[in-house]
Design a protein around this ligand. Structure first.
Ligand code: FAD
Length: 539
């Protein structure tokens, strides 16, 4: 049986190599339009910045190495121009020389990826994008030969931020332009504050709420009329699934504009499979279709397509979009839905914020971290999580992504047995702490107040009580709060007004103790979730 694969990077190569392992006799031909195969596109920004100094390190394989190890027939600089479904053949065009020919298939796997979106704006041809090794070469050549003195990165998503950081590494002043009010859309606004600060701290000038209108010879023009100097313009405003081949062949396209596939990666044609950034996935939280252009999913889908072709039943479950990015000294990781999305969908949720240390505070080197958990108030199902900090952000989000996948509730997190020694975590790990807080909300019937609900609660006549020490209070507090330190609270109960009480501390923990005490004594008290730190980040 002959399998033809279109696209020789993440999804395509996973399919090809898995198929070879499953069937030593299979005839496998892979077409790749570009020059390189099986390369590390996730490493491209770091090659531009010089972190991955050796360009060859990005090239994980060559057609020759794939022939030697896997007996694959990989043809680079060869584009599949059309699919003839009736004759089960692809029309192929060699990019050098233009020779055209036809290749028959029994099974066809499409993994054409997603292309950077390039808006139709004056001067846009001067803007560069970063998708392939060839793009990275263009960028490094331009930096070396034309010695740009200014750079503008358009788009504050993962690729935009990684590239901005790496252009700074090359010593370029960088302006970052983002249409939204914040960079990194997967984060909620109070979680992104630290990211904006980190970018500024490293000399990236962030311009939010404005967009590109024009690329000029040495500058860009923005919707607010401003001009920013830009010898180099890097465009990273999202990607679009490459569906041209599939559309022309009449394959079903999903509502989000990606190739429609079933959970075994079959398209609407039983002989054709599709994987990776070009296809729609099922969102694990609501079961709707979604587009998630991430390498883990592309690899998983490639393997699954090969399994299906080889007659091994398997299915892809819903996806969470678990992702992580380094922004200078900060790590940001997310899984599932954020609060903005839950609110927009009108879906009920509880939110929890904590600000733990990466490991036991008494052991040197602990780094601060902010964690946010979102879960269903009725059944406790975890809906999403966000983590921002340094060490240990990655493992917390991975545990939470695994917990969602396993169907654990937020309160179940309290009982997870996680590896602990002082250098790595705490006896009550940050993930356990999220579970304790969720459990308190569930068992004590205690609600907490979110940072964005505070103004309304105060307008309704509530009294704000800061239970931190006098020194902490005088170093910075929420306006209008009275200071009654937790350790002195019992002595001052008579001083409390007969109104609703909103209690806060630095991160929410002492506030919880104070709230429990006050509620037990008959007061109407509620804790400000995440304490002063979350409130400050949100304001
Ligand atoms: P691709 O890897 O894009 O491969 C598709 C290939 O198909 C391309 O090489 C293209 O030339 C070829 N092709 C298309 N049409 C044809 C045709 N008609 N004929 C022949 N060949 C064709 N993901 C993460 O999870 N983590 C990260 O840190 C991360 N960082 C990234 C950084 C950058 C700069 C980029 C660009 C992407 C990053 N990604 C990251 C995303 C990840 O690389 C993609 O999700 C993944 O590569 C998708 O795999 P794919 O096989 O669907 O498509």
């Amino acid at each position: 049986m002959k399998t033809v694969i279109v696209g020789a990077v993440a999804g395509g190569m996973s399919a090809a190599t898995r198929l070879r392992r499953l069937d030593p006799e299979a005839d496998i031909v892979v077409f790749e339009r570009g020059e390189h195969v099986s390369y590390a596109n996730c490493g491209l920004p770091y090659h531009v910045g010089g972190v991955i100094a050796d360009r060859e390190a990005l090239l994980l394989n060559t057609p020759d190495s794939l022939r030697a190890r896997f007996d694959l027939d990989v043809r680079v600089r060869t584009e599949v121009a059309a699919i003839d479904r009736d004759r089960q053949a692809v029309q192929v065009r060699e990019i050098d020389g233009g020779r055209r020919y036809e290749e028959h298939y029994d099974r066809l796997v499409l993994s054409p990826g997603a292309a950077p979106f390039v808006p139709d704006l004056p001067g846009i041809e001067r803007a560069m994008t970063l998708r392939s090794v060839t793009d990275a070469d263009r960028l490094t050549t331009l930096i070396a030969e034309q010695r740009p003195r200014t750079a503008v990165v358009v788009g504050g998503g993962f690729i935009g931020l990684e590239t901005a950081e790496n252009l700074r590494r090359r010593g370029l002043p960088v302006d970052l332009v983002e249409l939204d009010r914040q960079v990194l859309a997967p984060l909620d606004p109070e979680m992104v504050t630290a990211v904006h600060a980190e970018l500024r701290r490293h000399g990236v000038r962030v311009h939010c709420g404005t967009a590109l209108t024009k690329v000029l010879p040495a500058a860009v023009e923005l919707t607010d009329g401003r001009h920013l100097d830009a010898d180099l313009v890097l465009l990273a405003i999202g990607v679009r699934p490459e569906t041209g081949l599939a559309r022309a062949a009449g394959l079903a396209i999903g509502p989000r504009g990606g190739i429609a596939v079933d959970d075994a990666m079959r398209t609407s044609d039983p002989h054709i499979f599709a994987v990776g950034d070009a296809v729609e996935k099922i969102d694990r939280i609501d079961g709707e279709t979604t587009l998630i252009p991430l390498a883990n999913i592309a690899n998983r889908q490639g393997r699954l397509a090969a399994d299906t072709i080889a007659g091994r039943p398997g299915r892809l479950q819903g996806r969470l979009g678990t992702a992580i990015v380094q922004i200078f000294d900060l790590t940001v990781a997310v899984t599932g839905w954020n609060e903005k999305r839950l609110r927009a969908a009108g879906r009920p949720y509880h939110a929890i914020h904590t600000h733990p240390a990466s490991h036991a505070g008494y052991y040197p080197g602990a780094q601060p971290m902010s964690l946010k958990l979102l879960f269903d108030p009725h059944d406790g199902r975890i809906l999403g999580a966000q983590a921002v900090g340094g060490d240990g952000v990655d493992k917390r989000i991975d545990v939470l992504a695994t917990a969602i996948r396993a169907g654990l509730t937020a309160a179940d997190l309290a009982d997870l047995e996680l590896a602990y020694a002082p250098a790595f975590g705490s006896a009550k790990d940050p993930v356990n702490m999220l579970g304790y807080i969720a459990d308190n909300l569930r068992t004590d019937g205690q609600h907490s107040l979110q940072w964005h609900e505070l103004d309304d609660a105060l307008a309704d006549g509530a009294t704000l009580v800061d239970v931190r020490t006098a020194a902490e209070h005088s170093a910075g507090h929420i306006p209008g709060s009275i200071n009654l330190p937790l350790d002195e609270l019992r002595d001052h109960l008579d001083d409390l007004p007969d109104s609703d009480l909103i209690v806060y501390c630095q991160v929410g923990q002492r506030g919880h103790t104070a709230t429990a005490l006050l509620t037990g004594l008959g007061h109407r008290a509620i804790n400000l979730d995440g304490g002063y730190r979350t409130w400050q980040a949100g304001n």
